[in-house]
Design a protein around this ligand. Structure first.
Ligand SMILES: *Cc1c(COP(=O)(O)O)cnc(C)c1O
Length: 370
């Protein structure tokens, strides 16, 4: 069976270094917020091209705290997209603000910039574009529109560690950026983890407070805050892995190019690149109308696939209260019905890619003939 992602293959390639890093923490007696976290924060911020890094316990926490640091609360509106992982929209709801959704662009599957601008009201406080699948949202116009309306721009970069837009990395494009280190992400911990990056010292200071009870002095708490700390073991592991991230992303790009060559005449929709953008292919998704059938046939052939995501957020029962209906966001709904994620991870073998592409082609051609 070819898996969708293979975390064991990655561990094998770094076992000695990672085991060492974990043992170093076990022997240190420091387990939550300490020298490993601090070192990782500055290394990760430097990698992203931002001045400050703030480690937290998940990508979801990063999103929640970013919104809080930006002053988002009840009565405010935050604009984002429905074609994303549910955490993006949940984080807005946690603050008491109203998530305002706008559809995606049919090619990039990221925020439709015109719809973003049209959705701005006097209550809009922030915009939360998602770099879906490792493909950066169209940040230049988003920043320009946000600037005109005085909005805070928060990147959901949970799938985009190392992605570039206009020569700059995700994490340095908006005012605050949010990353997840869930194990299967391009940069993954051995458990949960997340981080924020920003070049604004005021946001950085607020975020450090928010993740750890806002205690400027021990047991003196300035504001309502949270326990969203990153632990030393995850930070030590992430430091080892960060040194490999560019190599891994380059391998992913190579695999994507290989898929694109082999599937160019397969009769399926393929991800499109964009000028000035370096994708990191967290997910490689093709588009097919008979997705369930193709997924079943590939599974019979020993190929695992996934769907990211089958139900757009506005149609999730959890967000019924937002009042959107089927048909509200046709581009997102169409994508949700058609996308199919093929195996993608740095250690994926060229022979496996050939087998996957051949299988996709044979199945799709068989339908065309039938
Ligand atoms: C993974 C992910 C998150 C949430 O990250 P966690 O670390 O799982 O909390 C948020 N947004 C997007 C787009 C994601 O892919």
């Amino acid at each position: 069976m070819i898996p969708l992602v293979d975390l064991n293959a990655q561990y094998k390639s770094l076992a000695l270094e990672v085991d060492d890093a974990v043992m170093r923490v076990l022997r240190s007696g420091r387990f939550v917020l300490g020298p490993e976290v601090e070192a990782f924060e500055s290394e990760f911020a430097a990698y992203c091209g931002a001045d400050f890094g703030i480690g937290v316990d998940s990508g979801t926490s990063a999103l929640h705290l970013a919104l809080r640091a930006a002053g988002v609360g009840p009565g405010d509106e935050v604009i984002t997209v429905p074609f994303t992982f549910i955490a993006t929209v949940s984080a807005i709801a946690y603050t008491g603000a109203t998530p305002v959704l706008v559809d995606i662009d049919p090619i990039s599957l990221t925020m439709d910039v015109d719809q973003f601008e049209a959705a701005i009201t006097p209550r809009t406080r922030a915009v939360l574009p998602v770099h879906l699948y490792g493909h950066p949202a169209d940040m230049r116009p988003i920043l320009e529109i946000a600037e005109r309306h005085g909005l805070v721009v928060i990147e959901d970069a949970a799938q985009a560690h190392g992605a570039e837009y206009g020569g700059r990395r995700a994490g340095s494009l908006g005012h605050i950026a949010c990353f997840s280190f869930y194990p299967s992400k391009n940069l993954g911990a051995f458990g949960d983890g997340g981080a924020l990056t920003t070049s604004d010292p005021v946001y950085a200071r607020r975020l450090r407070g928010l993740r750890n009870w806002a205690a400027e002095q021990p047991y003196c708490h300035e504001t309502l805050a949270f326990n969203n700390r990153l632990d030393e073991i995850q930070a030590a592991v992430l430091r080892v892995k960060l040194r490999r991230l560019d190599t891994w992303n380059a391998l992913r790009r190579g695999h994507a190019a290989h898929y694109l060559r082999l599937l160019s005449d397969a009769g399926v929709g393929l991800p499109a690149g964009r000028e000035g953008v370096a994708d990191v292919f967290h997910i490689f998704a093709i588009r097919v109308q008979r997705r369930a059938a193709l997924q079943a046939r590939l599974s019979e052939r020993g190929i695992s696939t996934g769907v990211h995501y089958p139900v757009p957020v506005h149609l999730q029962p959890a967000f019924r209260n937002l009042g959107y209906e089927r048909g509200s966001f046709p581009i997102s709904e169409c994508a949700a019905n058609e996308v199919l994620s093929l195996p993608m991870y740095p250690e994926l073998e060229p022979a496996a890619i050939r087998r996957i592409a051949e299988s996709v082609k044979e199945e799709v051609v068989a339908w065309a003939v039938a």
